[in-house]
Every structure is written in structure tokens, then in C-alpha cells.
Design a protein around this ligand. Sequence first.
Ligand code: GDP
Length: 516
Amino acid sequence: MTDRNDGPAPQSSLAGAISRRRTFAIISHPDAGKTTLTERILRAGGAIQLAGNVRAKGERRRTRSDWMGIERDRGISVVTSVMTFEYGGCVFNLLDTPGHEDFSEDTYRTLTAVDSAVMVIDAAKGIEDRTRKLFEICRLRDIPIVTFINKMDRESRDPFEILDEISSSLALDTTPLTWPVGRAATFVGTYDIRNDTVHTTIPVEESDPRMVQVREELELVDAALPEFDRESFDEGHLTPVFFGSAMKEIGVTDLLDALVAFGPAPRAQNTESRTVTADEPQMAALVFKIQANMDPNHRDRIAFARVCSGRLTRGMRLLNTRTGKSFVLHTPQFFFARDRQLAEEAFAGDVVGIPNHGTLRIGDTLTEGETIRFTGVPHFAPEILRRVRLDDAMKAKKLRQALTELAEEGVVQLFRPQDGAQPIVGVVGTLQLDVLQERLKGEYGVSIGFDSTPFSLARWATGDRTKLEAFMMANRSSMADDLDGDPVFLASSGFMMRRTEEMNPELAFHDIKQIG
Ligand code: GDP
């Protein structure tokens, strides 16, 4: 994308600019076609000229989302990045989520920053395990879902069967807005139900058996399925459904046109004290991701912030409401498929990267002065706990710094035992441990191993200060501090955890910590 330098055009009317923002993520089970669809979407938006996958296999076409050796080697997408492009008069921010479930916390945080999600389903496989999990996260947050049934160019299930599965297994009403013209090898495009137009790769007459089939099946659709209802969609109860083939570039613009037409504009966001609506004039933003050393040529640390209200401008002074410190926003950036560029201004819905040296953390709220804090960015209790073993004792200080930085980035959670023992890292999936090990070595020159711990559960302990302190004294060898210095109780088993809870009814033990 080196020849592209026209970012989102400056806007004069705040409300107008905000209503043109579409910030979304694509969710799917691995292999359903998320990468292919992402690439086709970016191409439709003019964001990439090169053919081929976003997750390019070749050296020359390497993109930002495979910056890390581990991703290249295993062919998985680990990091979350954002891609901005324009289409149909709207500014789209596509937030990429890691495909592997070991990075689910990252995915969850990314979903706190979107206004809608596109759910990609493999037409032959229907709803798969990971589709369902990601869908449930969206439902928790009432995120409207647009469905794209992919791989219609292959042998697939009957469209009615897929629609039925979506509504019965996800408890989600479906309204097809397009219908496939032909199937498998004869699939040539889509019929746009609302506009009564066909989008096919070759001319198809009304008398063509494929069109005859469309007309017949649409009678059934009319009889059996609800009409598209905007409110129901906005509330996350109904999904508009599109059919297509990302690979053959069929149905991709149907999807984008729909997002332009009714893809929700930036939603209101909750803070501890009030709800912030997108069109408020005062700027407020939420940091939902930190990423270090994204590009070997810019060894920096980027905080990704979603603008939740108002207009952000370069050079403005921002208050970090967690620390109470303010700073001047010198170099906010927009990201494109292959490039980044200074963001002179950004509006609610946009995601900007803010280079920093560790002053910004996940969950931070940035404002023009108001002391609010956005809620809803969680830490989940890790499911795997390991003690870090340092191979070279001389590097203890370096390790400490590196672990802190990587934990701030959300690569792992870090627990410092209160009895002074070696740090413990907590993860949801073991792949995170591999990433930690590789990045410590590659980026900090520290090699480590992992030892098992007697602990299998971590819970944030809260309660009356005196009682909490007495509890911590009595359980010193099972207590640790997290990155923010909040106390965490480590238990050897679920049984021990329940016993501890029973014996300390005045304290609460949480498996989710809200940050921000
Ligand atoms: P992801 O794991 O969800 O990102 O899936 P990919 O985009 O990497 O696709 C997985 C495989 O399915 C690749 O081999 C793609 O070429 C293939 N694929 C993706 N979309 C389509 C499609 O519309 N039709 C067919 N036949 N294959 C597809």
C-alpha cells in the first residue's frame, strides 16, 4: 500500500463524521475463510492492491499481521491489528482478532472496541465450536452480528439448513438479504432480495434454472423467515445473512454495502459514572490493546485506542484518568493493510495507535480532562500457571522489566508472589507461553524455561481492607500481586478454592477483573 497516502478525509461536521464510521471485527472458526474475506474486503476498499492473502506466505508480501516468527512458522494469526479503509462513503475500521483460541483474551478485548461483527460460516460445516464461543462473547456485549456464509462455490449444506442451524443453535433470528444463484460449481453470484437485482459473474436470464430455483426458494424465505428489522439487529437478536465466496470474490460487496447501509455507527460506551455517547463533543478514548515491537523497523510500543466520543486531533493534550497524568498527543497513527500514517484527526469509532514508552495500559481512559473511566475491559483468571525459570541469573533485572512490559501488553498475566519467590505467569492457552518465551529471547535476549507450580487457580481477592490484610498474612505463600498490585489468591485445586471461600465469607474471590 505504499502508493496510498490519502487517509480518511478531514471532516467538518462532528455528527456527520461519526455517523460514517463503521468499526467491526470478523469472527469465525479457523479455516472458515476469515483471512481470505479480510483480504477481499480490504481490496474492495482500495486498501490493498496486491492479490494474495493478508497472511501472506511469501517473504515479499509479508504484512504486519505476521510480524512474529511464531506466526509465520505456525501459520496462525496471533496479534490483533486494525486496518482502516474507505468504502461507500464510510470510514471502516476492521479490527483483526487472533484466530487461535489461546489468545481469546485478546479477542475479547478487541470485541470491546467494535460496533458490529461479521460472523463467517463455512457453508459446508455450519456453526463450529469457535464460531459459537465468539458469538457468545458478542452476545454478552449486545454486538450486532452480520452473517456471511462462505465457500458457496463448493459442495455445501442447503441454505435453509444453515439458516435453521443459526437460529436454533445460537438463538438468533435470521433474515437472508441475498440468496445464492446456483450452487457449488454452478454458483455464479447472489440475488439481492431487497433491491431485486442480481450480482453475478456471468449474465443469468430469468429463465435460467438457477434463477428459477432462487424464485422458488424465496417464496419459502418469505413464508418462513422474519423481515429484516433494524431494531432487532441493533439489539443483537437478528442477523442479516449474506451468501458468497470470499475466494471467488462473490458477495463481498453485498456485505460491505449492507454495513454502509445499516452497519451500526459508533455506539455509546459505559463508564463507571455515566454513559458516553459517540457524538459528545468532548473526546474520550479507551485503550484496548498494547503492542510492542510491531515492526522491526520501528521498535516501539503502540497503544491502540478506540475513540469513543468526539474528535481527536494531533497535538491535543490528553488526560490518562488512571494515573492522573496528562500528555500531548504528538504522533497518533492510522493503520492500513501495509502502512501506517500520522492521524491528524480521528472521530468516535476510529482506532488510533499511540506510540508510548509504557505509560499507557490496557483499559486506560484518555479524555480532554474529565475524570471518567470506561468499564468493560476484563482480565480473565488464567487457566494455566507456570513459574518462570531464568537460565542466566545475571539477567534477573532485565527479566523483571521484560515480563512487566509483556504483561502490560497482555501477552501473559504476571503474578509476583508476596513471599518473594520467582514470578508466576498465567495464561489461558499454552501457545501464549511459547510466544512469551520466544519474545523474551528475540526482543530482550533473555532465555527462560517454565516450572510447574502447585497452583491451578488464580482469583482476585477483594473485601474489607483489614480482613483482606489478615487473610493475606495468613496465606502468604499462596498470595501474589498482579501487575496493578492487586492481590490474587492462588489455589492448588477447585476444592481448596471452595474451602477458602467458605472459610472467608467476608471476602470475595473473582475470576474476572474489570480493568478500566
Ligand atoms: P481462516 O483460517 O478463517 O483465516 O481461513 P482462510 O481465509 O485462511 O481460508 C482457509 C482455506 O479456505 C484456504 O485454503 C482458503 O483458500 C479457502 N477458502 C477461503 N474462502 C474460500 C471460498 O470462498 N471458497 C473456497 N473454495 N475456498 C475458500
